[in-house]
Design a protein around this ligand. Structure first.
Ligand code: ADP
Length: 637
């Protein structure tokens, strides 16, 4: 079955994907985190340790307050009450020891303080170790998940069809890969560190408070849900702002990338002030959104402080009433105030986490959008490996449109025999580049078919199809690696002999051999250490090493230095022998050597024949020849 999901289909698909609900994103992120369950469990265990040591510190502090500041009769009464509670589950001997020890502590306040200080330091140390381990395990989950997301996103980006890269600027894709992934990392680390720790702390403290005085504690807990609601609403608005400012950021990066890569043009046309003003407009927009975000962020702190103060006020009022009616001792009230202060501290910390989550959700949403994107061109489910071309490469009424409306190719019929060299010529915009892009399925035809020995290329695997095609384009694209890696790109199993043979055939060996590190020489970013002719010859070596059945050439329009030109010409002459070649020709020598010239005009084959035949015919080709090739020939002389 053919997959003829056009651009419209994939766009609708994308729109549906963008609407993913926040809870679905949460669940999905948690699914990723769940792959590190071991760390998750360890982090939970250490969070408990930390919460318990924190609770124990409160008990110690409570004991200190009661011991030092209670009057003797109040103290005895408190010891009695505590002993009564203890007696409910502990054996009488333990209760007795507790009462005896309490009396000793009360009578020797300095020793008591010393013992408490030692206990507090020991608990802080234990709590600190637990905290370190908890943060380490929780934080590493955030890091691992973020890296996995980046990995999956990059893989899926790489598998997208060419149209995707024409529609998404590299600045935008870079922003996704860097900014969003790191935002998710920060968010997740914050979540796992604090979300696991703070609730436990709060639970231990609430349990302690309930033990001291259930009624007052429960009344205070009623205040929490409305506070929670307000906090969530603030978080939502932060998320919206974060999303917008990130979009602005990527618009700015796109613009900068565009300008920076076109510096020769900008300098040549004195466009610097214009570029600066364009950037200034984007930066001003970014500024507005950043300030908006700062405002939303800044509002979160004071708002929660206000809420906290209102909580303390309410607590004190209620506490005063309780003390007056004799429901609670004033010493316990002080202890409860401390405990609630710490509980509110935890809640505040969770508010920040919530904001962090909202910000990182905006990023996670975009990351998942890129992970889920389906490539436009996929292998048919029953695709088979294409055998090497034996007979004929056929274009059968081939139609193509980039936008689904205007047809760029309007019914091309062309049969190229094995070993034949066809030169494609035509005025700019006639559709030559588009036609050759359809052969390796960079795009799929929108009508008609392209066949290898009669087999539709949409029924074979892309790998087997592209495996027998080499493309050499005008701008030889090289990577920041060694010469060897550039020739063998992506195929580390090619032997040195094979690479050397290809370089020799491309007449590249003559400049590689004298280099101190030979094939291992790094070529610099985009081959900046090489001349134009050398870059072109490396690109040809890369095409040769594949030993392709079909060769697609897009000749350089600008002329190189004559030495390089000759070397390249010689390399190409030898390379095309016996291969089915389609060349977008700009040189007279190429068209004269071609077995057949096909003239494209407005998306159709206008004329076909040899150079001589077409000149005699006096049609488009003759005009084209007089304008393009004859002048190029004169310029060369
Ligand atoms: P040629 O190689 O003969 O100069 P092309 O195949 O590049 O012609 O272009 C044919 C037509 O398709 C032109 O009108 C051009 O504007 C349009 N075109 C080329 N590439 C794209 C693209 N990526 N998206 C939309 N339209 C395009």
């Amino acid at each position: 079955m053919l997959d003829i999901n056009g651009p419209m289909g994939s766009m609708a698909d994308k729109a549906a994907k963008t609407k993913t609900s926040v809870s679905a994103i949460y669940r999905r992120l948690l699914g990723y985190a769940w792959q590190y369950k071991g760390r998750l469990i360890l982090s939970l265990v250490f969070a408990w340790f930390q919460a318990l040591s924190f609770g124990a510190m409160f008990v110690c502090a409570g004991v200190a307050v009661n011991t030092l500041f209670s009057k003797p009769d109040v103290f005895s009464q408190q010891v009695e009450t505590a002993a009564g509670k203890l007696a409910e589950w502990a054996p009488p001997a333990v209760v007795q020891t507790f009462v005896d020890k309490a009396q000793i502590l009360y009578q020797h306040p300095i020793q008591t303080i010393l013992a408490l200080v030692i206990a507090l330091v020991a608990l802080t140390l234990l709590g600190g170790i637990a905290r370190y381990l908890q943060e380490y395990f929780a934080g590493s989950i955030g890091a691992h998940v973020a890296v996995r997301l980046a990995d999956e996103m990059y893989e899926n980006m790489m598998n997208q069809s060419l149209r995707f890269f024409e529609q998404h600027s590299s600045g935008e894709l870079l922003a996704r890969l860097a900014n969003d992934v790191f935002a998710v990392n920060r968010g997740l680390s914050g979540v796992f560190v604090k979300l696991m720790r703070e609730p436990f702390k709060a639970i231990v403290l609430i349990a302690g408070a309930l033990w001291v005085n259930p009624t007052l504690t429960l009344s205070c807990l009623i205040v929490l849900p409305p506070v929670g609601y307000i906090i969530v609403s603030i978080g939502r608005s932060v998320k919206r702002n974060a999303q917008r400012s990130l979009q602005k950021l990527s618009a700015m990066q796109t613009l900068a990338k565009e300008s920076l890569s076109g510096m020769p043009i900008i300098k040549g046309f004195c466009m610097e002030p214009y570029e600066v003003s364009r950037m200034r407009v984007e930066l001003r927009k970014l500024d507005r959104f950043l300030v908006k975000m700062v405002r939303a962020d800044a509002a979160v702190g004071p708002l929660s402080e206000l809420l906290l103060m209102m909580g303390v006020g309410g607590f004190l009022l209620l506490g005063a009433v309780y003390v007056e009616r004799g429901y609670i001792e004033s010493g316990d009230l002080v202890y409860l105030l401390g405990a609630f202060g710490a509980i509110f501290g935890s809640i505040r910390s969770l508010t920040n986490v919530n904001n962090q989550i909202q910000t990182s959700m905006a990023s996670a949403e975009r990351v998942f959008e890129y992970i889920d994107m389906k490539p436009e061109i996929v292998d048919a489910p029953d695709a088979v490996a294409a055998p090497p071309l034996r007979d004929v490469l056929g274009f059968n009424d081939v139609r193509f449109s980039y936008d689904g409306q205007t047809e760029v190719l309007r019914g091309i019929n062309l049969q190229v025999k094995k070993g034949e060299m066809v030169a494609l010529v035509g005025f700019s915009g006639a559709g030559k580049s588009t036609l050759v892009k359809l052969i390796p399925r960079f795009y799929d035809v929108t009508g008609g078919s392209i066949t290898l020995d009669g087999v539709d290329i949409r029924t074979v695997t892309q790998e087997s199809l592209r495996g027998q095609i080499s493309i050499v384009t005008q701008d030889s694209i090289l990577f920041n690696e060694s010469i060897r890696e550039n020739i063998a790109h992506g195929k580390p199993d090619y032997t040195d002999e094979r690479i050397r043979a290809a370089a020799k055939a491309a007449h590249a060996e003559e400049f590689i051999a004298p280099l101190p590190n030979g094939y291992e020489t790094p070529i610099g970013e985009s081959g900046s250490n090489l001349s134009g002719g050398q870059r072109q010859r490396l690109a040809i070596a890369r095409a040769i090493v594949k030993d392709p059945a079909i060769l697609i050439l897009d000749e350089a329009t600008s002329s190189l230095d004559s030495e390089s030109e000759q070397a390249i010409q010689k390399a190409m002459d030898e390379f095309v022998v016996g291969r089915t070649t389609l060349v977008i020709a700009h040189r007279l020598s190429t068209i004269q050597r071609a077995d057949r010239i096909v003239v494209l005009e407005d998306g159709l084959v206008a004329e076909e024949g040899t150079h001589r035949e077409l000149i005699d015919k006096g049609g488009i080709y003759r005009r084209l020849y007089e304008i393009q090739f004859a002048t190029a020939e004169q310029a060369a002389k």
